[in-house]
Design a protein around this ligand. Structure first.
Ligand SMILES: [Zn+2]
Length: 275
């Protein structure tokens, strides 16, 4: 099986020995990872890791929405410069997060406005570099709807395709992503948790060419490892769960999500060795 973990964070103080991480992944059928940058401190280490292990790691760079107040314009310019001179799979992880309250001293309104401005910056950069974009969106209740705000911004950049990572939205939201943005969704180990029937139903029904798999490691370890540090190899558990939901084999899900990921992130054929 050749599975691609399309969203993880390999630069993390949770990880020690990278070689054992890689061995464990390969043993579970996970042959490639797309590591996502989130802040100025991890951009260079992410790039170095991908340069050192190009067969196993591809990289995306961005500012995570929850870092939006910590970055300066100069940081953003430095990120753009790095993006212009390194091979990237996409721009990511960026997006909008209205779930967590604004940091002290900032109004909710300002915090969200700053996130939207930064997201527009990322979309413009993706458009300039002919890359797609990896999005985080998380809402609190329905009072503030960051999903709709993200859709509105994405519509202004029709040449950039978004993937809504760790998708937990409704079938109607998935349809909006597919029909209005030519976008994708990706599913995490959250599908293996109790009380996630709604998103399981989405994973069972989305069109074959519209979804990918990921761990979001070191976060979101699937059952039976919930609460532990997650590792890319456990994308296998997401694949197994979706196969069960869709009534097909893990090999089928691995093959189609790998083909989707290879297209969306424009990965060279050589990055995914047949196994
Ligand atoms: Zn993430």
């Amino acid at each position: 099986m050749s599975i691609i973990d399309t969203h993880c964070h390999l630069i993390s103080d949770k990880y020690g020995d990278f070689e054992s991480l890689r061995r464990n992944s390969l043993a579970l059928g996970v042959c490639h990872c797309i590591t996502q940058g989130t802040d100025p401190h991890d951009w260079e280490p992410q790039l170095e890791l991908a340069a050192r292990c190009p067969d196993f790691v591809s990289v995306c760079l961005a500012v995570h929405p929850m870092e939006c107040l910590a970055v300066s314009d100069a940081d953003c310019e430095r990120m753009a410069a790095l993006c212009r001179c390194h091979p990237l799979a996409a721009i990511g992880e960026t997006g909008l997060d209205y779930y967590w309250p604004a940091p002290e001293g900032h109004s909710e309104e300002d915090y969200h406005r700053r996130q939207r401005r930064l997201l527009e910056y990322h979309f413009a950069l993706a458009e300039e570099l002919a890359l797609n974009i990896s999005l985080h969106t998380r809402d609190r209740g329905t009072a503030h709807n960051c999903f709709d705000d993200a859709i509105a911004i994405a519509r202004n950049f029709p040449r950039v395709r978004p993937v809504f990572h760790c998708f937990i939205g409704s079938p109607a939201q998935a349809d909006t992503i597919f029909e209005q943005l030519d976008g994708m969704v990706s599913f995490t180990g959250l599908l293996t948790f109790r009380k996630t029937e709604a998103v399981q139903a989405v994973a069972a029904a989305v069109p074959e060419e519209r979804f990918m798999v990921e761990t979001d490691s070191p976060f979101l370890s699937p059952e039976p490892f919930r609460g532990k540090v997650n590792i890319p190899g456990r994308t296998r558990y997401v694949v197994d769960k979706i196969a069960a939901l869709r009534g097909c084999t893990p090999e089928d899900i691995a093959a189609l999500t790998t083909a989707n990921a290879r297209r969306f992130f424009r990965l060279p054929e050589s990055f995914v060795s047949p196994a």
